[in-house]
Design a protein around this ligand. Sequence first.
Ligand SMILES: [Zn+2]
Length: 289
Amino acid sequence: MPLTYHEIDEKMLNKMKKRDREFLITICTGADFEDNKRRKKERPKCFKEMRIKQRSYYILFCPYCKNHGLFLTYRKPNKNKQEPFQCVFCGETNPEQKISFTLEKSQELLEMAKEIIKEKNKLRKARKRLLLEQCIVVLTTGVEIYLRDIYATLFNIQFVKEKKSLYEKFYKDTKNNFSNIGNTNKKYKDDLNINLKQIIGQKNFDILRMMQMKRNVIVHNNGNADSAYANENNSNITLNDQVPINITEVRKFIASVYILIKSINKEIGPSFENERMIWIEKFINGKTT
Ligand SMILES: [Zn+2]
């Protein structure tokens, strides 16, 4: 679910009123085709031709700074398409893009942990532990930023007037609300009417909760159980025991984060899509500034 750049493609054009569609196409093709004959081509063909010419058009609608505009990008021949993801005005990145970078890093750390244990080195177990710990830290921090980002962004889009942005305020005000998935769920339920536990299921919710608890003891207690951890997991971990971390569990953490992202997209995608089309219509008709 792209929050910043929306590609102008046939799918988007087909959802528009004819007049708006023609207007948008004229702006885009006018920049591409100098002679009138070519400009009169069947419109969707023009868009295909732009693709061949390695050009793509986007409407930029930044939910952070609320700036907007038309955006043209070139890509190098024979290279995979590069979607723009940073706002040219404020430099902010899509929450989804940020979390996908986080997931890439986490998976890389997990792979390194799997490789390092094969080495004939007496430090291999300690190094594997170190890599898995860092994997949990990177992943959990990424999830907290993602959930806080989505929360502040939806608030900024839904409740703040056009041209104005209170993203920074929402983001700062929620600093302490997202370090505990239970509190996060309460904020989502109370303010956005989204029940995270329900959309991802109890099992994934518990996995994410455990991931957060492990990150807390890694960061604050050198990976050893503090009283909060020992009380919650009263089975066989006592105070100051080293908290167990293994590859299978970290793999489960990563899988649950994927489920979280997919479930949030499914939950907020359709209404966001509607908001976006309404906004694009206003933009085309000069009703935004
Ligand atoms: Zn921006």
